[in-house]
Design a protein around this ligand. Structure first.
Ligand SMILES: Nc1ncnc2c1ncn2[C@@H]1O[C@H](COP(=O)(O)OP(=O)(O)OP(=O)(O)O)[C@@H](O)[C@H]1O
Length: 486
């Protein structure tokens, strides 16, 4: 096995010598810091001077910028800090001897080549911030956490704070196709708007090729969780790093048709208990994601069934087979190059999608969509793949209150998938008809009329930035039964 060699330089920083080094995978700084400690034992030498070595090591991917100009070396990088291990921007500066400057410049170039392997540097970014998203802190999140990282990386930022609902849709509809990415500092609602703006663009195919990069600043940040994982998915700095270093990944999008209206949906459609809790807890927005827990407990208390007629074009209904497909995809990280228009879905058993199947058991809630997480508390689609050309459908049959409460445990790791009352399908399309007038329909976190609708899949139409390999979400599904065994 080839060992990556270490490339090292020394600079003088505040009268001290700092050693900076990198390998193929890590970047490190080693700085001597003088400390003065009182001595008890020796009367003559009351204080002792010591040099403490401070070593910081981080992934090479976390290096944001390295420059050497006019005898000054400057390296900016991210390190995990604190209990949550959220990334924090640090920088080290030092003077370089004139004789050494050329060598240090070459060192910076080599470091930057490794840190930005395979991605464009100094991106042109369209940034949209919803000042009312989540607990209303999106502006602060941007200025304090995200902007410093993007600016340090030499990106050009074209920033708009949305002023009203559908403002982001209008911007996306008229977007110039020159941007490297659209960065969305908010929750999932603004992402929904941008994708629907792309659908109305005069060159929609090209607009959909502009990658979207979410920065979590809403009350639900499902796309961020799905792309970056359970921990990094709520870290705005990790999301900013994904803007710089993420690879373009294709995702399926859905056509949602209701009467004469058509929307693009990228995440989920839900009715029943889960939709009621989303809309019913709007007034508790200040609580952040905790409002969904309160809403669920209310749903357990009322335990109302949801009167709908559901029909689907089912491609797969075997849970074990869906898990095997997910595992082999994660192991091989296969990229599916083409789904064509031939109705063949490579991850399905036989691509038999022509027949409509009706589901007629009573249900508590219905969830259809993609991406394992729909919120931090719920991994609703644990076997979801970003580009299999199918929509995951999870139908929750009736359970008693005790079981509903039990279902909260392990919900964030997808345990309910294995319960007998949870019916799980992969389909190419489905239709839903409400059988009453009272109910709530939520699409990508936003409420729509509780009326008949139909959903079909646009394979690989959307583009996102992702730190993961093509064809995989960050979240891993490790639970192998209802009890939570792994
Ligand atoms: N300036 C604004 N004033 C009022 N509403 C806005 C403004 N800008 C955007 N919106 C609307 O706010 C809605 C909610 O935004 P978003 O979903 O991004 O945040 P969130 O609701 O906190 O997150 P989530 O959707 O995950 O709950 C969007 O549908 C958007 O139309």
């Amino acid at each position: 096995m080839a060992h990556s060699s270490t490339r090292e330089i020394s600079v003088s920083s505040n009268g001290r010598v700092s050693k900076l080094a990198f390998t193929d995978t890590t970047f490190s700084t080693e700085t001597g810091r003088e400390t003065i400690t009182p001595q008890v034992s020796c009367w003559h030498n009351l204080f002792r001077r010591r040099v403490k070595i401070e070593l910081i090591e981080t992934s090479i991917r976390n290096v944001v910028a390295a420059t050497c100009a006019k005898g000054i070396l400057d390296v900016q990088y991210l390190v995990p800090r604190g209990k949550k291990r959220h990334l924090c921007l640090k920088h080290i500066q030092g003077t370089v001897n004139t004789d050494d400057e050329r060598r240090v410049k070459e060192w910076c170039d080599a470091l930057m080549d490794l840190a930005y392997q395979g991605v464009t540097r100094c991106k042109l970014l369209r940034i949209l911030i919803n000042p009312h998203g989540g607990t209303g802190k999106a502006g602060t999140v941007f200025t304090q956490k995200v902007e410093p990282i993007l600016v340090a990386a030499g990106c050009t930022l074209d920033v708009t704070y949305t002023a009203y609902a559908n403002h982001a849709l209008e911007i996306a509809r008229d977007l110039k196709l020159k941007y490297d990415a659209v960065v969305i500092v908010s929750g999932d609602g603004l992402i929904h708007e941008v994708l629907n703006g792309f659908a109305q663009h005069e060159q929609p195919e090209r607009a959909f090729c502009i990658p979207i990069a979410p920065i979590p600043a809403g009350s639900g940040n499902a796309l961020s969780l799905n792309l970056l994982g359970y921990e990094d998915g709520v870290d705005p700095s990790a999301a900013a790093l994904n803007v710089l270093k993420g690879q373009q990944m294709s995702i399926d999008l859905f056509s949602f048709t209701q009467g004469t209206r058509r929307h693009i949906s990228f995440m989920s459609q839900t009715v029943g208990l889960m939709a009621d809790l989303d809309v019913g807890t709007e007034r508790l927005r200040w609580m952040g994601e905790f409002r969904f827990v309160i809403g669920y407990l209310w749903g357990v208390f009322t335990r109302r069934t949801c009167p709908v007629q559901l029909s689907m074009k089912v491609v797969e209904d075997d849970k074990s087979r869906m898990v095997s497909t997910l595992q082999s995809r994660r192991a091989n990280s296969t990229t599916i190059d083409s789904f064509g228009g031939d109705d063949k879905h490579p991850d399905g058993p036989d691509g038999s999608t022509d027949e409509w199947v009706t589901f007629d058991k009573p249900i508590l809630w219905f969830y259809a969509g993609q991406g394992p997480y729909v919120s931090r508390e719920l991994m609703q689609f644990p076997v979801s793949l970003p580009d299999d050309g199918l929509i995951d459908i999870s139908v929750q049959g009736v359970m008693n209150r005790r079981k509903l409460l039990d279902a909260m445990e392990g919900a964030e790791e997808g345990r309910t998938y294995w319960t007998n009352s949870n019916h799980y399908f992969k389909a190419s399309a489905y239709r839903m008809k409400p059988l009453g007038t009272r109910g709530v329909l939520v699409v990508d976190g936003e409420q729509l009329p509780f009326e008949e609708f139909e959903v079909s899949v646009h394979p690989r139409l959307g583009t996102v930035l992702s730190p993961c390999r093509q064809g995989c979400y960050a979240a891993d599904f490790r639970v192998s039964d209802e009890r939570g065994s792994k």
